[in-house]
Design a protein around this ligand. Sequence first.
Ligand code: SRM
Ligand code: SF4
Length: 584
Amino acid sequence: MATSKLINEVQNKVEINDAIQPTSFDPGKHSDVERIKVESNYLRGTITPSLQNSVTGSVADDDLMLIKFHGIYQQDDRDLRNERRKQKLEPLYSFMIRARIPGGVATSQQYIQMAELATKYSSGSLRLTTRQAYQWHGVFKRNLKKTIAGINETMLDTIAACGDVNRNVMSNPLPETSKIHAEVFEWTKRISEHLLPQTRAYHEIWLDGEKVESSEEPIYGQTYLPRKFKTAIAIPPYNDVDVFANDLGFIAIVENNELIGFNVVVGGGMGSSHGDQTTYPRVGNIIGFCDLSQVLAVAENVVKVQRDFGNREVRKHARLKYTIDSLGIDNFVAKLHAYLGFELPEARDYQFIHNGDRYGWIEDENGNWHLTLYIHSGRIIDSEDKKIFSGLLEIAKIHNGEFRISPNQNLIISNINPTIKDKVSAILKTHNISIGETESPTRLNSIACVAFPTCSLAMAEAERYLPSFVDKLEEILSEYSIRDLPINVRMTGCPNGCGRPFLGEIGMVGKAPGKYNLYLGASHTGHRLNKLFRENIGEQEILETLRPILKDYSESRLTDERFGDFVIRTGVIKAVENGLDFHK
Ligand code: SRM
Ligand code: SF4
C-alpha cells in the first residue's frame, strides 16, 4: 500500500483512537489482564484494602497484576515452600520492590537512604538489575508502604518500574566523555518522564496523596499497553545497554563532539517459552534517524502504535517484537510515520565494539575519577569474605558524587574527587570489594539473573550457580591458555531472558533443576542472537560439549576473533540473522 494512502487510513484511525485501543473488556477476546486494567480505575484496584487485610501476607488476585505498575511483585521464598506446605501454612509471602532510576544514576545521599531502607525493611541487601535499577527483596506487606514512602523521600520512585508501560529507561552509565554523556542522560530522563503514567493512584495509595476522582492517561489510555515496554539509549562505541534487546532503542549520533540525534531501533526482546516456536528472542531493527527535536515524538508514537496494534488477546504474543513481525516491518514503519506526521530519514553510521563493562579506574575530561566495581550478579550484600554492603555505605558517606548502575549489574562510583581516590581504594581493600583486577575476563563478562529462591518463574538456578560454573569453565580455559580472553557467559533460570542470555556468546537457559539449554554464537557487540546447540543438559555435559570447541578456539582463532564469531565462522553453529530464524 502506498505510504500516503496508509497515512490517511491511519490518521483516520488516530481520530477514533479509543476505538482501536479497547476501552471495554471482551471476555471472548481479550486476555484477563485487560479486564483487570479496565476495571482498575487507572491502577487503583483494591490495593488499599489488600494492604489493610492482616489475615494474609498476600494481596488480592487482581491486585497482583496491578501492583506491578507500582513497581512491586509479590513473591514467596521457594526454598521454604515445601516445608510451609507440610506445616499447612500459607507460603511465606513477601514483596520485591524495584525503583525506577533512569540511566541507573543516584547520588551518594540517595544511595545511603536506599541502603538504610534495605537494612530496616528488606533482606538487608540491595540487588542491582540488568536494567540499571535497585531491587529490595523480602519486604513484608506491613512494611510495603513505609518502604515506598522512604524511596520517594530520596526523590526516586517505583512507578512504572514494572507493568504494561514503558519501564526504566537505560543509558550508558560511564561518563568518561562527560559532555555527551550528560546530554544523553538528560534525554534518558526526558523520555522516562514523558512516558510515565499520569494516574494519581500511586500518590493516593503509597504517599497518602489527595484523592482525585478520575485520572487521564493521554498516552496510554485506560488499558495501558498490551505488555511491558522497554527503552534504552546506547552511546557508541559501547553497547553495554544491549540496545537491540529493547522494544525501543536510540543510538546516539555524535558529530564534532556534538550530539546531533539518534538512530532509532524497534522491536527487540528476549522472552520466549521452551517448546513454543511462536515465541522467540529478537534483535531490534534500525528504522532511521531522528534529530533532537523529534526524540520525544518518536518515543511517544512508537508507544502509541504498539498501544493500538499490539496483541491484547494472547499475552505471550503481545510484545512490540510480535506486533512488528505480524504487521511486517515496512508496514509498521509506515504506520509510525503516519502517527508522527513525518518520515524518519536514513540511519547514520555508527560502530559498536562490545556490550560489556569496563572495570577499574577511568579519569574523565574534567579530572574526576570513575570506578567500575565487579559485583557478582549485582548482589550488594555482606558475606563472610566480602563486605560489599558495608563497604559501599562507608564510601557513600565520604563521596560527594554518584553511584551508577551498569546494565551488566555492576556498580560505578562516579565523579570521585581526586582528593579521596586513595581513601576509596583503601575502603575497597579492607572490605574485599573487587575492581575486576583478579577475576578472569570471562567472569567479568558474565551475567546471571536472580532465579531461585525469589523468582516465581525460575526452573533452574542462575545467580547462586554461576560462580561455581565459571570456576569449572576457567579450568578448561586455563588448560588451553585462553583464560585471558573474554567470553560472554549469560545464564538464566528460565527462557524469559532477564540476563539477556540469547545475546551471550555462551548462553545457558534453565529447563529444570540442574538442566540447561546451551546456546552458542551471539556476537560480543549485541547485534546477533545465539542459537540452541544442546538441549536439557547438566553441568558435566555442558563442560564436555564446550571443551573441544574451546580447544579448537585456542588453536585456530583468527587474530582478535571473539568466541561467538569463531563458532559461526568454523560452522559449529549457524548465524541467526533475525528472530524469526531463531528456531530454524
Ligand atoms: Fe525480568 C519477569 C527479574 C530484566 C524479561 N523478571 C521477571 C520477574 C519479575 C519474575 C516474575 O514475573 O514474577 C523476575 C523477578 C525476579 C526477582 O526475584 O527479582 C525478573 N528481570 C529481572 C531482573 C531483576 C533480572 C536481574 O537479574 O537483574 C531484571 C530487572 C530489570 C529492571 O530493572 O527492570 C530483569 N527481564 C529483564 C530483561 C533484560 C532487559 O530488559 O534488558 C528481560 C529480557 C528483555 C525483554 O524484556 O524481552 C526480561 N522478565 C522478563 C520476562 C519475559 C518477557 C517477555 O517478553 O516474554 C518476564 C516474564 C513476563 O514478563 O511474563 C520477566
Ligand atoms: Fe526469573 Fe526467568 Fe527472569 Fe531468571 S530469567 S529472573 S528465572 S523470570
